[in-house]
Design a protein around this ligand. Structure first.
Ligand code: ARG
Ligand code: ZN
Length: 871
């Protein structure tokens, strides 16, 4: 039975304070919890006290200090119920035992490389102690942790450290942490272990000194310096851009090696997948550095968008996640290049979210029901959620947007809020009616928008006819028109934007037209010559847009649009047209317009190399499949793509050689955006120049691989080499393995690249790799690197026509489910695009999903994905 948004009821009981006393032990950790319970005046006045549990063993129970007799309560691993509470306000003391070593789900209290750590969002706290484990019960926590001094010299929890010291006559010690800010249980965290602290210091705008610490495995300290720098920049940025200051005396981050997701924003004690903390030039690529910067920022920004204002229930997850992704995107844009960041964010959005929204797992940004909340940490909630906030900013303008944010924080600080609360703040601050805009939260599916432009020389007008339609999605057959803020430019023959005047006197604040109806026309006046339309600039609305622009118009936009996103998009659009036709017919149509546009762009010395690298990259196989939409043959897509790549490489050979030579960077390596952009373009040139497989080209890639002084260049060369079945490939893979065998995060790159080789032997290779000691099904990073890459980034091999790729994934999912259902479900969602495949492969994927669905005893996580995928 699903949980439904419509069934929300306020909690019957509140918890004012929580005192936890946690005595760490590898297999029998004792948790004593003292809860100050109070009946909620706004809740059901007769309801019993109902505390959630998950796999708990109850040891002892006391009410106001008096032990409770057996008949006075009902306890099971899943719940603790007091049907007859002694009064409307009392203290409940609960003692439970948990086994962190046996916790392979990585939810609740578990061990990662012998360190103790927790993950409580969304429903992990109930695996530590009985509690009303819902996000609208906010309490003040005091936590005493104790452990063996040898086993866990470092003891951390949320808030500020009150006291710590040895426990006399034992080998144990303790620490007491107090967090003055009321918080829901999902923000609780505890860490114990042998960790090294990388210390730093920050003073907030109003003068509060904050001790910063990043805790890493001893020996890895030097790899945390970039993360620390990113943290301090994030703290300053949130003060400057959103007026938000930090609010405790300490801010700690702990890097752990076993983590289901990217990171977690626990109050004052963020816990991170070490992939998003650790970096050195020799071990991390430019992409890794950028990922660290954005995840550090994301989790820090949650301190306001998530912690100070949290979510009423898990249906409101986008309230914190969409907003916080928007905030981290803005941060990276300000720290790096805004256009390049926007292009890469839109690529991620389309790759992950548009595909999700076009398939059986489509759901609204704010879902209305769920079977397993862990399956809703999705691209739709995160990435589309961020787009919705971005649209709000586009519609309202910078000032009203900021005023709305300020009002939201002022009004809801300390609250567990809803999307309605969020929108009301913006409606009030701007005086706008946002009721239609709210559809973005409730309606699933990517709107399809068509824009037809018509120039009338006699009337000197340009008429734009827009139609929008959102396709049906699961449980939502009918859709209403949504609000589309479309940034627009009309470009004159000289390449300059024309002044925009509408015939009905409507003005165009910020050059954005607002489409609100299913069909709507806009007539621009005073147009002397046929302009070229540049619509949805900066991807101002997350839509599938089709226009009546000709190839020549796209070439013109690629050369002249002052909007960098649309310049990029024009080139990609040209490539998509060629690739779609090529995949359908088996022969590529004339690529001359694309080649010319690419040549001009490559030669333009005013452009940022990072931008060029984005614009000149041929769309990936998954992107092409998405554009084709149905009856996709991955082999045909692969062949068309490879042919176009070789054509471009041949036609632009001279220019690419020049770029490769000119962009070589002198040491030392710097992870900054400018140097990273040069490396990106140079490595793109290397990839093109090696695409034909010529021996000299392979030799050059091998030379770059051997000589590189940083992981970006070494890994880029390896990625090029693995595309070609040569002795150099085997040598480079061996060399890489030997260099980095003791460095799991680097081995992940090695696993991932091999999983992506588009050759018939890859499935066997992947199976062999699972047997290596460096691989482990128990570690989510390893599983994602090898299995995840195979299933999501190697379409020809995962979707082998004989179904062996599908069978393999199902075997992995079924094997993993009993240990880590969250990761198993994540892997299974690789099938989310199966309906777009041609019939043979589609049938194979469906058989594979049915095999999962027919397996008894599966987790709720995997059952939910299998059932919805098949629906
Ligand atoms: N709130 C975390 C974030 O920053 C994600 C935690 C999700 N955890 C989970 N087990 N689903 O995005
Ligand atoms: Zn988040």
């Amino acid at each position: 039975h699903p949980v439904r948004l419509a069934d929300y009821r306020p909690p019957a009981w509140l918890v004012d304070t929580v005192h936890l006393d946690i005595s760490l032990h590898p297999t029998a950790t004792r948790v004593i919890s003292r809860l100050a319970l109070r009946r909620n005046p706004k809740g059901d006045a007769t309801a019993p006290v109902l505390l959630d549990g998950d796999g708990l063993t109850l040891v002892r129970l006391a009410v106001d200090g008096t032990p409770l007799a057996g008949g006075a309560y009902e306890a099971s691993p899943q719940a603790l119920i007091l049907r007859h509470p002694p009064s409307d306000r009392f203290t409940l003391e609960v003692e439970t035992l948990v086994d962190p070593t046996a916790n392979t789900q990585l939810m609740g209290l578990y061990r990662s490389r012998d360190n103790y750590c927790t993950q409580c969002e969304p429903e992990g706290f109930r695996r530590i102690t009985y509690f009303p484990d819902r996000s609208d019960v906010l309490a003040v926590y005091t936590v005493r942790v104790e452990a063996s001094r040898a086993e866990a010299p470092v003891l951390l929890s949320n808030g500020n450290l009150e006291r710590s010291g040895p426990i006399p006559d034992t080998d144990r010690h303790y620490a007491i942490w107090h967090d003055p800010w009321p918080k829901p249980s999902y923000l609780f965290a505890l860490v114990g272990g042998n960790l090294s602290k990388v210390p730093d210091h920050f003073v907030t705008a109003s003068g509060r000194p904050v001790d910063l610490g990043i805790y890493v495995e001893p020996g890895k300290e030097a790899r945390a310096t970039y993360a620390m720098d990113a943290l301090k920049r994030s703290m300053r940025w949130d003060e400057k851009v959103f007026g938000r200051e930090y609010d405790l005396d300490v801010f700690n981050i702990v890097a752990v090696s076993d983590f289901n997701m990217g990171a977690m924003e626990n109050k004052g004690l963020n816990i991170f997948n070490d992939k998003y903390v650790l970096a050195s030039p020799e071990t991390a690529t430019d992409t890794d550095y950028a990922g660290i910067e954005s995840v550090i920022a994301h989790e820090y920004f949650h301190n306001w968008s998530g912690n100070r204002v949290t979510c009423r229930d898990w249906f409101q997850l986008c309230l914190k996640e969409g907003l916080t992704v928007f905030r981290d995107q803005e941060f990276s844009s300000d720290e790096r290049s805004r256009p390049v960041k926007r292009i890469s964010d839109v690529r991620t959005l389309k790759a992950a979210q548009f595909t999700e929204d076009a398939g059986p797992l489509s759901h609204p940004v704010r879902p209305e029901s769920y079977h397993e909340i862990n399956n809703f940490y999705t691209a739709t909630v995160y990435e589309k959620g961020a787009e919705v906030v971005r649209m709000l900013k586009t519609l309202l303008g910078d000032e009203d947007f900021r005023a709305g944010m300020d009002l939201y924080y002022a009004r809801h600080d300390g609250d567990a809020a809803t999307i309605e609360d969020f929108l009301a703040a913006f409606a009030e601050a701007s005086g706008r009616d946002l009721s239609q805009f709210a559809l973005w939260y409730s309606q699933a599916g990517t709107p399809r928008v068509s824009a037809q432009g018509q120039f009338d020389p006699a009337a000197r007008t340009y008429r734009l006819d827009i139609r929008q339609e959102t396709p049906p999605t699961p449980a939502q057959p009918e859709k209403k028109p949504v609000v589309l803020p479309l940034a627009i430019g009309l470009i004159g023959p000289d390449g300059q934007d024309l002044p925009l005047t509408l015939d009905d006197g409507r003005n165009l604040p910020r050059h954005v037209i607002e489409v609100t109806q299913a069909e709507q026309s806009f007539v621009f006046t005073g147009i002397d010559a046929r302009p070229v339309l540049s619509l949805n600039r900066g991807f101002s609305a997350p839509i599938n847009l089709s226009t009546n622009l000709a190839d020549a118009d796209l070439v013109f936009l690629a050369a002249h649009d002052r909007d960098p996103f649309n310049r990029f998009d024009a080139l990609q659009g040209l490539a998509f047209r060629i690739l779609k036709a090529g995949a359908a017919s088996g022969t590529l149509p004339d690529a001359a317009p694309l080649i010319e546009a690419a040549r001009l762009l490559l030669a333009d010395s005013t452009l940022d190399p990072a931008f060029k690298a984005q614009a000149l990259a041929i769309p990936g196989e998954n992107e092409i499949a998405r554009e084709i939409g149905s009856n996709v043959d991955p082999d045909a897509v692969f062949t068309a793509r490879r042919a176009l790549k070789r054509q471009l490489a041949t036609a632009l050979g001279t220019e690419l050689e020049e770029a490769y030579a000119a962009l070589a960077a002198p040491p030392p390596y710097s992870p900054g955006a400018a140097a990273a952009g040069r490396r990106a373009l140079r490595n793109l040139a290397l990839d093109y120049l090696t695409s034909g497989g010529a021996p000299e080209a392979i030799a050059r890639a091998k030379a770059q691989f051997m000589a590189a002084d940083n992981m970006t260049d070494r890994f880029a060369a390896l990625a090029v080499l693995v595309q070609h079945d040569t002795p150099e490939r085997a040598e480079a893979l061996d060399d890489f393995y030997r260099r980095f065998v003791t460095d799991p995060l680097v081995i992940d790159k090695w696993l991932s690249l091999q999983a992506q080789i588009p050759e018939a032997g890859t499935l066997e290779r992947v199976k062999d790799l699972t047997l290596l000691p460096v691989f482990s099904m128990a570690n989510p990073n390893r599983v994602r690197a090898l299995i995840g890459a195979f299933a999501t980034a190697n379409p020809t091999q995962f979707h082998r026509p004989d179904g062996a790729g599908h069978d393999f994934l199902v075997d992995v999912v079924l094997g993993l489910d009993a240990k880590n259902p969250q990761v198993a479900a994540r892997m299974l969602s690789a099938f989310k695009t199966f309906r777009q495949l041609e019939p043979l492969r589609r049938a194979s994927a469906e058989r594979a999903l049915r095999r999962v669905a027919a397996t008894p005893g599966l987790s709720a996580d995997v059952t939910d994905i299998a059932t919805r995928s098949l629906s």
